[in-house]
Ligand binder design. Sequence first.
Ligand code: TRP
Length: 349
Amino acid sequence: MTDSFSAALERSAALEARIAAAPDELRMLTGDRPTGSLHVGHYFGSIRNRLRLQEAGVEILQLIADYQVITDREVAGDIRGNVRNLLLDNLASGLDPARCTIFTHSAVPALNQLLLPFLSLVSVAELQRNPTVKDEAATAGITSISGLMLTYPVHQAADILFCKATVVPVGKDQLPHIEQTRVVARRFNERYGATFPEPGALLSEATNVLGTDGTKMSKSKGNVIELRMSADETAKKLKGAKTDSDRHITYDPEHRPEVANLLTIASMCEGTDPATIAEEIGDGGGGGLKKRVTEAVNTYFAPLRARRAELADDLGYVDGVLRQGNERANQIADATLAEVREAMGMSYP
Ligand code: TRP
């Protein structure tokens, strides 16, 4: 474990304590890229965490990071449809627009303007070292890295700092970006006077929910169970899931990763222990296992899916939630940019 990772873990634990003690002193921001709709891995990995903070009384800003879509691909695809899918998924999951600001960063000019002073605070060498950017470029097969791809971690710093967020729930892969954000805040404050708080990552427990083939859930692999799927589509998807030839079901993540993954999904939905579920299935084989997971997923997500269908019938309302969120994000960003101009001596009559 590196020093910076253990420091991030400690900060995350300290934030958990503050969430319990004084939630109303905290502001949470996190973001999703609108590249598709959310799946059960997202749900158990991050959405549940958002809902927990909302329930605890932390103020929530939920970003739809549309500009980030064009970091590792040339065309954004059906960006409008994907933005709407994210809105529907988040609202159906229980994010409450009365307590939470949902917005797209492309609609908030003052947020994007922060990128200019922030870029002056980081070196090209520093940007080129970011391990997550390197991984993403490699995964996408990108050989010539664009200016946006190289600098998007600084744009992400603007996402976080425009609203002075203190808590950023993310997975481990995002830690370099949060560290970059802390560095930008620190350098800005040193150069121009105390302006930004240094945020901390709130690391969610790894949930290890994989796709139906036992590898990372990813739309391109067709191994995803999306929140928006119907019960029948879910059953069909799980029918095609990979298992193994041993009819006796056991929970053994090391030797039987595909079986263990299905048991994990069932256990998340049922709120029970995967080993116990395995025992109950016993000699039921892959068929018995798939039947159990399908029932667990369809039962757990039925209310969410019903809400999602209702919302999809009322797009006027859904679009209104985004319009209001963007308005509020603009108010916050305008105020921060005014402060930044003042601090930099760039505020003119
Ligand atoms: N980079 C994040 C991802 O790929 C999305 C994101 C954009 C984000 N801005 C953010 C996450 C700010 C947390 C905070 O998932």
